[in-house]
Design a protein around this ligand. Sequence first.
Ligand code: ARG
Length: 586
Amino acid sequence: MASVPSLASTVQQRLADALSAALPEAGSTDPLLRRSDRADFQANGILALAKKLKGNPRELATKVTDALDAGDVLKDVEVSGPGFLNITLTDRAITRTLAARAADDRLGVPLKENPGVTVVDYAQPNVAKEMHVGHLRSAVIGDALRGMLDFTGEQTIGRHHIGDWGTQFGMLIQYLIENPGELAPADEVDGEQAMSNLNRVYKASRAVFDSDEEFKERARKRVVALQSGDKETLELWQQFVDESKVYFYSVFEKLDMEVRDEEIVGESAYNDLMPETARLLEESGVAVRSEGALVVFFDEIRGKDDQPVPLIVQKADGGFGYAASDLSAIRNRVGDLHATSLIYVVDVRQSLHFKMVFETARRAGWLSDEVTAHNMGYGTVLGADGKPFKTREGETVKLEDLLDEAVERATAVVREKAEKVGLTEEEIVENGRYVGIGAVKYADLSTSANRDYKFDLDQMVSLNGDTSVYLQYAYARIKSILRKAGEARPTAHPELALAPAERALGLHLDAFGELVYEASAEYAPHKLAAYLYQLASLYTTFYDQCPVLKAEAAEQVENRLFLCDLTARTLHQGMALLGIRTPERL
Ligand code: ARG
């Protein structure tokens, strides 16, 4: 593994050195380097510096230019405008740097020197309930965040905080006691059967609960038995959990996403901690009793009539709820798992809950300044009509139906070209799945998470525009060129001059690592998606303007194949971080 400094960082370093050589009195100054259309890079930092030193910016810029160590990296540095520097690199430096990337498994991207531990709370459906499109977003975004963070060397731990506790279990368990055999053993059903059994039991028990006062009373008593750890009750509760997991796993598998059993740690896992959490909060005065309940107040959080809205840690009847489990989870994640960052990929409508939970944990000292906590609140999934996603009958859409439809449409798209590419039926089916699921993931990840997004299958599987299919085809096209190359191997030739489209592609390839670092620090998978889309577009331009296999000289062919190969590897790596497959033939 060899980390390769990017060209941008090399130029940045040389500029910084020149600045301090030319102007020792200036102290350290950021040259403010960015990519530019006029040259390869533009540095704007001298303007601010000149202002600070009350000097003439153009004169300063010239001084800095004279002090620059150009070596064989900088081809041309030109002072322009009021005092910008336009910087052009040598072709040799570009190809040489890319060759160093190509020689490394990680494309020359360094690992963090001091990685932290990030606990990612994502993909948290509820027991005995169908997963909906919101749970889809949480799963897709959380998985991509983990992919990016892991790649930088950060240690991530997943937590699927599933809803597996609460008063509704009294009703469900009581019903099962009175109607034994309604839930088949979890190891005898597939995901679909599990969910349909759970649905049936849920509806039936609800109906009795709403119509039969005596059943309602028995269900209430059952909640108490569950909370006090009665053995038979717990066993039946476990059956609901196990049956639901069969269903969850089937959906995650459909989503082509790995979920580990030891990371499914639901609300109930914190039961034993909750009384202590409440006691500590009360003793420290962070929480107070109010009408029998234990609550935390916040000056700035107010509801109707300007009344303060409290966070309820313990209800007046002694029961613990959602907030108590989240507070206890923070103690566990920071205290036992040694998390340095906590991320919650949860619907933006829960942002107030998390604001109050984080603030309470800070007051209690469970979150210190060294630990960051962030609710990555995502927006609503809308239908193609721009309204929240519903079936024509007004029901919420089943996640599985959506995924199945995406795969169906994608398979049709794949099939159209299959004959030309020579795909077997098996490959068509497999690719259809990768393209369909990739389309759903990419559409979600390419919009910034806090925005609502339209679930529009027609647009998602379109071959043109900012879609995963477009990226997957770009990848497969490159692979096909590499297969057709015969004897010619991808080989870098730093001595060759580069065409403008080759330079643009090369500079973008070189920026991959820095982009991944930026996107993961900002928890912004959409930035990685945008980078990959631009990479595919730059490749398309390169391919239009620079013949690869028909290039004139043999070295030219090899060097272009080398660019093709590095583009493919970068696309593949980037897509993999987002959880999207790149089939070799499409
Ligand atoms: N199960 C919850 C829901 O479906 C989401 C849980 C989010 N995570 C958490 N730590 N509260 O809305």
